[in-house]
Design a protein around this ligand. Structure first.
Ligand SMILES: Nc1nc2c(ncn2[C@@H]2O[C@H](COP(=O)(O)OP(=O)(O)OP(=O)(O)O)[C@@H](O)[C@H]2O)c(=O)[nH]1
Ligand SMILES: [Mg+2]
Length: 453
């Protein structure tokens, strides 16, 4: 599912993923590749253009967090936009007005309506409801048989009207209306109505479903669409929605080799939520549709996304600016250093964090990194007084001896920490001067800075 789109997005983002600095050139190039990936996946042209415009706006925004590299922020922006495109949040079925809850299933021929009707019955049954199915596809006897087979597998009743010869009564509206009465009479709290599909959107079919809608006043109208049909799916969805004002969309055959265009365009073109995704012929191949989970599957890179999310939780922008100011003015002290260490620790284990650095994860997978790599530093800072933390330069010999003893370490450990801290401060000053506001310095900046000293 979506494999080629995933691969192409991955390739497009590869160039910026680990970058310490993004510039107009690599932004433009990456945007072009992302747009091409979307168009190749058969995403609607306007949707693809808006997508890239919004990502670009986000990554060129000055307020990029310091804790993550701009490249990582880029990946996160693409992810966020994918989630938004897919509908942002999961939308449940409507809450029924009064029982029985009536759900009307509509869609083109072969889109998977009947199969979905069976799956939905099973799903609702597992949620404690007692569904009944209505066979309102009355044109082919085989259609009623198919629904009956599915129903017996799920263990729910089917309402149909057949003549003595076994031929269904050719009045879908009447079947639907009487099915609702029957559901009410037999105490079923949910009625799912399977309807006939046509090869193309045509007037007779639309007229029939619109009449069924009028006769049973459904709580929920679900439009079923084959995800493999690409842009056609979007056009059909529009046509159905214009006539029926549907409540939700069901994407089927996502297990097939779909390019993904339908999934990505439907929501923003039709403005109706995707509520379920169907991924196989078996009755339990049905999932509630969650935009964030789908975006994760399309983009992969869940590691980078969650890294940026964690960083966003731990470091707010205001604080980041304050820190930057401190770097520049050399006010950064041991207390600030200690606080930052705590935040990094809160983001997860050191090994996990290292694993999230793009390109590093695989290499470091088998290398043991001690989670308490910072333990010694922490112990030393903890045994300092607030005055000492704020004024590392004032820590003289006797203070060093006391700190070392307090932490259960040697004076040379204190010397080492203070030396490291002085060097770090020097480097931070250079970096913050070079990189301007809000951006991390790139590797080449650093090398240049080193060379100059
Ligand atoms: N691989 C796969 N096949 C599916 C899925 N959903 C349905 N199918 C298959 O698609 C074919 C058509 O499914 P139906 O449920 O009969 O479609 P329909 O919309 O009821 O078709 P009509 O009643 O003829 O309009 C069947 O062979 C199903 O087994 C799915 O999610 N994945
Ligand atoms: Mg059918």
């Amino acid at each position: 599912m979506f494999e080629s789109l995933s691969d192409k997005l991955d390739a497009a983002l590869k160039n910026v993923k680990g970058e310490g600095r993004i510039n107009d050139l690599n932004i433009a190039e990456t945007m072009r590749e992302i747009r091409r990936a979307l168009l190749d996946a058969d995403v609607n042209y306007d949707v693809a253009r808006e997508f890239t415009n919004k990502v670009k706006e986000k990554v060129t925004d000055e307020s990029v967090l310091n804790a993550v590299s701009p490249g990582q922020q880029f990946v996160k922006a693409v992810y966020d936009e994918l989630v938004f495109l897919l509908g942002d949040v999961h939308i449940d079925l409507n809450t029924p007005k009064k029982p029985p809850m009536v759900i009307l299933i509509a869609g083109l021929q072969g889109s998977g309506k009947t199969t979905f009707t069976g799956k939905l019955a099973k799903y609702l049954k597992s949620k404690g409801r007692s569904p009944m199915l209505a066979a309102a596809d009355v044109y082919r006897p085989a259609a009623v048989d198919q629904l009956e087979t599915l129903a017996s597998q799920v263990g729910v009743p089917v309402f149909s009207i057949r003549g003595e010869d076994g031929v269904p009564l050719k009045d879908a509206v009447e079947v639907a209306r009487r099915a609702k009465d029957e559901a009410r009479r037999t105490g079923r709290d949910t009625l799912i109505i399977d309807t006939a599909g046509r090869l193309h959107v045509d007037e007779a079919m639309m007229k029939e479903v619109v009449e069924i809608k009028g006769a049973v006043e459904p709580d929920e109208i679900l439009f079923v669409v084959d995800a493999m049909t690409g842009q056609d799916a979007v056009n059909t969805a529009k046509a159905f929605n214009d006539q029926l004002n549907v409540d939700g969309v069901v994407l089927t055959k996502l297990d097939g080799d779909t390019r993904g265009g339908a999934a990505l365009s439907i929501r923003s073109v039709v403005q109706k939520p995707i509520k379920f995704a169907s991924t196989g012929e078996k009755l339990d191949a049905l999932t509630e549709f969650y935009p964030d989970r789908m975006a994760q599957r399309i983009l992969g890179m869940g590691d980078v996304v969650s890294f940026v999310e964690k960083a966003q939780e731990q470091f707010d922008e205001e604080e980041a600016e304050k820190l930057q100011r401190k770097f520049r003015t050399q006010d950064f002290d041991l207390q600030d250093f200690y606080d930052q260490l705590q935040k990094i620790k809160n983001m997860g284990s050191i090994k996990d964090l290292i694993g999230m650095i793009p390109g590093v994860g695989k290499v470091m997978k088998d290398i043991d990194v001690e989670d308490d790599a910072f333990k010694h530093i922490e112990a030393l800072v903890q045994s300092m007084t607030p005055y000492e933390r704020a004024n590392p330069d004032q820590i003289n010999g006797s203070r060093r001896r006391r700190i070392a003893a307090g932490a259960g370490m040697e004076v040379q450990d204190v010397n080492g920490l203070l030396k490291q801290f002085r060097e770090m401060k020097k480097m931070m000053k250079t970096m913050s001067r070079l990189s301007g506001k809000g951006r991390q310095a790139s590797l080449s900046d650093l090398q240049r800075a080193r060379g100059r000293r």
